[in-house]
Design a binder for this molecule. Structure first.
Ligand code: NAI
Ligand code: MG
Length: 352
């Protein structure tokens, strides 16, 4: 048996941090099936060279030869460019990666600059990744009174149920075992109502598997308010696509640098790790990108596939590197390079 991992560094610092994630996985290889890595193309640079941001060969190799993948970051142009569309959005669709899972955990600030201890954050945002307003069915019509724009918001029982199951599954494995459903069904009683009821119904359909998980719910606006005031009340937050998009970025803001926040895009038969940050053109090529988000994404991907022990080892080595506050990249206030941090994490994995 082997484990084949597609590597899609794409653009900018993706090319610096995906190799770091590969190194971290390689460091735990003794606990994994025989590893194979396949480098694949995607992104803006690929588009400028080949005319497509996601070559069909990349998709085909992922589908046919890979068990999972790591995606770096793309530099998407902010102006509309004919023929260009985001490869990450396309990949989520092609591989039916319906769950976006983003754990947000505080990095202890040990620099001594903050005298008041920030509330410590340890939560996971589980975002439905395929529907809601992001089905992109928008119309613009001209009326007597000016333009009128409409969008369709699609919520299905199938998608709500499968994302709910992911949330309960994650909560079950955590100490607090709490799922908070985020919605606005006091206003959108039909669409958000269906989401809320379907997620609530998941435990009842699961033969007692989630009986030890507590369910709470929170209207999206007050959820954001409470997220900023008392983030520690949350454990696993599950939300439809748009709310989930906003909440997951908001939650990320609670812990300082984008450079430490991992995510995975998961479906029933494929999982793709992806650091939350973009291609960071301001620091690309300088060798100072924080590799932690990518390394944690690799650990999250392995954990999702059932390789908990190697994932634990990677996470522990990352935490033991960050906690002393000595070996940090500039985004966390340090002076270390990508390579220095990665090498240190690998040495801590080896020492376990
Ligand atoms: P960004 O995440 O690339 O950068 C925001 C800021 O955070 C920058 O100052 C950057 O230096 C810093 N930063 C991000 N990751 C870091 C890391 N690992 N280590 C140290 N510092 C880090 O977001 P921005 O600047 O808005 O977007 C730049 C490009 O990335 C754009 O073309 C955008 O479209 C793309 N992007 C791609 C994403 C993806 O591939 N999923 C997500 C977000 C943006
Ligand atoms: Mg976002």
């Amino acid at each position: 048996k082997s484990l084949t991992i597609g590597l899609i560094p794409a653009d900018g610092i993706g090319r610096e941090v995906i190799p770091a994630a590969k190194d971290a996985i390689t460091a735990v290889r003794s606990e994994l099936p025989e590893l194979k890595f396949v480098e694949l193309l995607a992104g803006w640079e690929t588009f400028t060279r080949t005319g497509t941001a996601l070559p069909s060969e990349t998709v085909q190799t992922l589908k046919e030869n890979c068990d999972c993948a790591l995606f770096g970051s793309v530099s998407s142009p902010s102006r509309k460019v004919a023929g260009y569309s985001s490869p990450i959005v396309a990949l989520r669709k092609e591989l039916d990666l319906y769950a976006n899972i983003r754990p947000v955990i505080s990095v202890r600030d040990t620099s001594g600059r903050d005298s008041a201890p920030a509330p410590s954050v340890d939560l996971i945002v589980v975002r439905e990744n395929t529907e809601c307003l992001y089905v992109k069915q928008e119309d613009l019509i001209q009326t007597e009174n000016g333009k009128e724009a409409r969008a369709t918001r699609l919520i299905t029982e199938r998608a709500s149920s499968r994302i709910g199951k992911i949330a309960f599954e994650l909560a079950k494995a955590r100490p607090r075992k709490l799922v908070t459903i985020i919605h606005k069904s006091n206003v959108l009683s039909v669409t958000d109502g269906l989401f809320r009821e379907t997620v609530r119904a998941v435990p009842g359909l699961s033969n007692g598997k989630y009986d030890d998980v507590t369910i709470e719910e929170q209207l999206v606006d007050s959820a954001v308010y409470r997220l900023f005031r008392e983030p520690q009340i949350f454990d696993v937050m599950v939300a439809p696509n748009l709310y989930g998009d906003i909440i997951s970025d908001a939650a990320a803001a609670l812990v300082g640098s984008l450079g430490v926040i991992p995510s995975i895009n998961a479906g029933d038969s494929f999982v793709m790790g992806e650091p939350v940050h973009g291609s960071a053109p301001d620091i690309a090529g300088k060798g100072i990108a924080n590799p932690v988000a990518s390394i944690r994404s690799a650990a999250l991907m392995l954990r999702h596939m059932g390789y908990a022990s190697p994932a634990d080892k990677i996470d522990k080595a990352v935490n033991d590197t960050l906690a002393p506050g000595k070996l940090l990249t500039p985004d966390l206030g340090g002076k270390a390079s990508t390579t220095e941090v990665t090498t240190h994490i690998m040495s801590l994995i080896d020492a376990q």
